[in-house]
Design a binder for this molecule. Structure first.
Ligand SMILES: *Cc1c(COP(=O)(O)O)cnc(C)c1O
Length: 400
């Protein structure tokens, strides 16, 4: 028995190929290395102003804040550290609506948003706010005319995901930003799947609030951030009260190792994003061509062009995706988002595109990332071709 097996860890030699980079990404070893000193010798509380331990931690946290801000064209003072994109989305949407409840009691979002956005809006509804959930087009993109008809002078915040976590489509951020600015509504974007993957510029795109998650771009889990525009000033009601850290928007002692890790992830993304996305795009094309060259009835869910490099969402006609995943234990992938994957219902995102229940049930998400190799892709092609073929043959034999 190996040490890994004793501790319940997967045996590395039989560890499946990881193709679920939208659920989470491995922390980059360079990120881990940057974090380590802040657990031990550099353990200070960044809010301690009386001695060098505190100053050292504070300096490191502020450096991280600058690196993260630079990645999205913001200034460091506009970055609020949080526990992740879930918290950032809650703070942005509930915070904006509650602050402006008298004049602007309405929030607007879309059916394909992440659960934490949809549930934040539902909670506001229970508190007496009006929440509007708009449909999306069949390609997963939003309808700007429909949005223009819906956003009015009663709207506090419009929340639209930059890159969808299931189908990878990239929304027209600058157009949404301009429309919101015109009506005086805040534009919030959940950019958990966009940061480090596509260029983002909060000023060019008219973004007022932007949510970031560390573990979606090779940073640590348990940390994220919310960008909060200063000019013109965005006002939010805090959710966590206390010592007034993070501009009074998020009290509590910051975690310097996590902040430093997030900052390092941002620096690596700034340096490597363009090249990395090109490489990932090539891997995606290789996978798609490899599968489609040998299998018929493989359909792409979501727009093919306006799409992030690392995402494929494929429907295999006549195949049940759950059965297919079980048949391919050498591949780690998923049929939808990790947050809803315990339910047997087909993905609500795919259903919102107007896809039939049958097609949604035949769909799998493939998430390619920084540590995916060509050999991983070639193994995946073999697995898909073999197992989809096998399940289809079994299906037609059973039907005879
Ligand atoms: C992962 C994810 C979240 C949640 O982020 P956490 O940091 O895990 O809370 C929110 N939105 C999207 C689009 C995501 O992909």
């Amino acid at each position: 028995m190996t040490a890994g097996e004793r501790e319940g860890l997967p045996n590395r030699s039989i560890q499946p190929v990881y193709l679920d980079n939208q659920a989470t990404t491995p922390t980059d070893p360079r990120v881990v290395e940057a974090m380590l000193p802040f657990f031990t010798e550099r353990f200070g509380n960044p809010h301690s102003t009386a001695h060098a331990y505190g100053w050292d931690a504070e300096e490191a946290v502020e450096r991280a804040r600058e690196d993260l801000a630079a990645l999205i064209g913001a200034s460091a003072r506009e970055i609020i550290f949080t526990s992740g994109a879930t918290e950032s989305n809650n703070l942005a949407i509930k915070g904006a609506a509650r602050f402006h409840r008298a004049a602007r009691p309405k929030v607007v979002t879309f059916a394909t948003e992440h659960k934490c956005v949809l549930e934040s809006c539902r909670q506001l509804e229970r508190e007496g706010f009006q929440a509007v959930f708009l449909p999306v087009r069949a390609d997963g993109l939003i309808d700007l005319d429909l949005l223009a008809e819906t956003v009015d002078e009663e709207t506090a915040v419009v929340s639209v995901m930059a890159v969808n976590n299931e189908i990878g489509v990239i929304q027209p951020l600058a157009e949404i930003g301009a429309l919101c600015r015109e009506r005086g509504a805040y534009f919030h974007t959940d950019a958990a799947q966009a940061v480090g993957k596509i260029p983002l510029d909060v000023n060019a795109e008219g973004i007022d609030l932007l949510s970031i998650s560390g573990h979606k771009f090779h940073g640590p889990k348990g940390i994220g951030a919310l960008y909060v525009r200063r000019r013109p000033r965005v006002r939010l009601e805090a959710m966590i009260d206390g010592g007034g850290q993070e501009r009074g928007l998020r009290s509590g002692t910051l975690a310097p190792p996590l902040c430093v890790g997030l900052g390092m992830a941002a620096r690596l993304a700034a340096e490597e994003m363009v090249e990395e996305q090109q490489r990932i795009s090539g891997l995606k094309a290789r996978l798609l061509e490899g599968i489609r060259g040998r299998l018929d009835g493989v359909l792409l869910n979501g727009d093919a062009e306006r799409r992030v490099a690392g995402n494929l969402n494929l429907a295999f006609e006549g195949v049940d995706a759950e059965a297919l995943m079980k048949a391919m234990p050498r591949l780690a992938l998923s049929s939808g988002s990790a947050c809803t994957s315990t339910s047997v219902e087909p993905s609500y995102v795919l259903r919102a595109l107007g896809l039939s229940e049958e097609r949604a049930r035949a769909s799998l998400r493939v998430g390619i990332g920084r540590f995916t190799s060509e050999a991983d892709i070639d193994l995946a092609i073999e697995e898909f071709v073999d197992k989809v073929g096998g399940l289809r043959a079994k299906g037609s034999a059973a039907a005879e």
